[in-house]
Design a protein around this ligand. Structure first.
Ligand SMILES: [Ca+2]
Ligand SMILES: [Ca+2]
Length: 493
């Protein structure tokens, strides 16, 4: 959440074109942060503004734009799950944030499949081993089926079927080239809920990601209690290599949407992970050459109960209880100088109105619930964001419409600011500024300093979920409907 980019503007205006390099039209929702690599910009959205006439109806979409012009180069378009609306929420699109290494892009699609895509798309041919893009992008019904929405129904997640007439859409130059696909639902046994959200961690030969195994449509039952919450895949083949062995799923209050992170702690690499059961874990990363033929279990180094006095048994009876419930963790654990910064609390939709930012000593081992807490700082209502730790300050925003600058050492507030709207996007620090979009459509630029200074408050008019990012002197701001490339001195519209 901290970038070394320089020369980023304090403000911009899509209406006049002030500091706007280009604008790209998205669908009508965006919950995926734009990622820039090798001249391309990657972001997820839905299909409510179809870019390719052959793809009609509600779909998960992941777009690749030209970094210079904002031209759409290709897109991954995937049919929705319509067996149960709660398995792939209507119009949500693809909410995963891409991870890119070389010419390979990793993300999780709206159906819960991890995919590896070719940055060059179909322009250099359909590369494999996966070459079944036609079936993957074709919905079984010509017109969209209305997603099934009977709460308590015993519907199980289904595998995508080919249409009865056997007619498949044919991939063209605007379609994504899938290199491999690993289905977390069919191949790891997870129960999809609401939306698949992961930002894949690439480390050595392996990918680490949260599975988004969650409750069913009653919000009171875990239907895949033995399924993994954290998995490790081979990045070349997509093969499942390892999983957690912590029996996390039964106590997942809603879902596990927090992505893992990794750091070197006292010369030892640790994988940090926030479970949907309110626990923070550290694991040893998988060795580079694990034994073939078996799914390894990740070895735990420590665990920290983020909310030790919260209910630990029969947790789903607290669903919709706004006063007492387990905690959930949405943001990523951030490691800086031996310490972890983790935000969490009651679930935004189903849990209590209580949340905190906690600083944890990441050098300890074992159960560090009682001896690992460095400080705890109360947030308001709920928190969805990942902290940005910069120059002795921790920046975070919450769903109580408050932005916080907290002293990194003491956990005391340096300053706060009342923002309009809930915040789902994480604060992003670059060029001495903090950039923050809100769900009310207001975009803030603060000075990244210990004294409060609001540099800009822009009304973009459309809610934002994505974190702002920057690359090559350009700021990328995604709203529900548009992606703006913002550059000092640009005058485009
Ligand atoms: Ca290709
Ligand atoms: Ca392919």
């Amino acid at each position: 959440m901290v970038s070394p980019e320089k020369g980023l503007p304090d403000s911009f205006d899509p209406k006049t074109g002030q500091n706007i390099k280009w604008t790209a039209k998205l669908g009508t929702q965006n919950h995926s942060t734009p990622i820039i690599s090798r001249g391309r910009v990657y972001v997820g959205t839905n299909n409510n503004e179809p870019r390719d006439p052959k793809h009609q109806g509600d779909r998960g979409v992941f777009m690749c734009f030209d970094e210079k012009t904002g031209e759409l180069l290709w897109q991954l378009v995937v049919p929705k799950r319509d067996e149960d609306a709660y398995m792939d929420w209507p119009r949500m699109g693809m909410s995963s944030t891409a991870s890119v290494e070389g010419d390979r892009i990793y993300l999780v699609d709206n159906r819960g499949a991890v995919v590896c895509l070719d940055a060059k798309g179909m322009a250099d041919g359909n590369d494999g081993p996966f070459r079944d893009e036609a079936a993957y992008m074709t919905s079984p019904t010509a017109t969209d089926a209305k997603p099934f929405q009977q709460i308590g129904a015993e519907t199980r997640p289904l595998t995508l079927q080919s249409p009865a007439d056997g007619k498949l859409l044919q991939p063209g130059p605007l379609d994504a080239d899938v290199l491999w696909k690993f289905d977390l639902v069919a191949e790891a046994g997870i129960w999809p809920h609401d939306a698949a959200h992961s930002s894949v961690l690439i480390h050595g030969n392996h990918l680490y990601l949260n599975t988004a195994n969650g409750v069913d449509n009653t919000h009171k039952r875990i239907r895949a209690p033995g399924a993994p919450t954290l998995v490790v895949l081979d990045k070349t083949t997509g093969k499942l290599m390892a999983r957690d062995d912590e029996n996390i799923a039964p106590n997942v209050f809603h879902n596990t949407w927090a992505s893992p992170s990794l750091a070197r702690v006292n010369g030892r690499e640790l994988l940090f992970f926030c479970g949907g059961n309110g626990m923070v874990y550290a694991f040893e990363p998988l060795g580079q050459n694990p034994p073939a033929g078996e799914i390894a279990k990740l070895k735990k180094v420590f665990q920290f109960d983020f909310d030790p006095t919260a209910p630990k048994t029969d947790v789903h009876k607290f669903s919709t209880n706004r006063r007492e419930s387990p905690s959930n963790l949405y943001g990523m654990p951030v490691f800086v100088d031996g310490r972890l910064y983790v935000a969490g609390g009651g679930d935004l939709w189903w849990g209590k109105n209580e949340a905190w930012l906690k600083c944890i000593d990441a050098t300890k081992t074992g159960d560090i619930t009682t001896n690992g807490l460095v400080w705890s700082y109360p947030l308001e209502k709920h928190v969805m964001t990942t902290a940005a730790v910069y120059d002795g300050m921790v920046f975070i925003a919450d769903c109580g419409r408050k932005f916080h600058c907290v002293d990194q050492e003491t956990g005391k507030p340096l300053w706060t600011h009342d923002v309009k709207g809930e915040v789902w996007a994480s604060p992003y620090v670059a060029d001495g500024k903090v950039f923050l979009g809100t769900r009310s459509g207001d975009f803030y630029v603060f000075a990244a300093g210990k004294e409060k200074k609001v540099l800009a408050e822009l009304e973009l008019g459309t809610p934002m979920s994505a974190t702002t990012t920057a690359a090559n002197g350009v700021l990328y701001v995604a709203t529900m409907t548009h992606l703006y490339a913002v550059q000092s001195g640009a005058t485009g519209k």
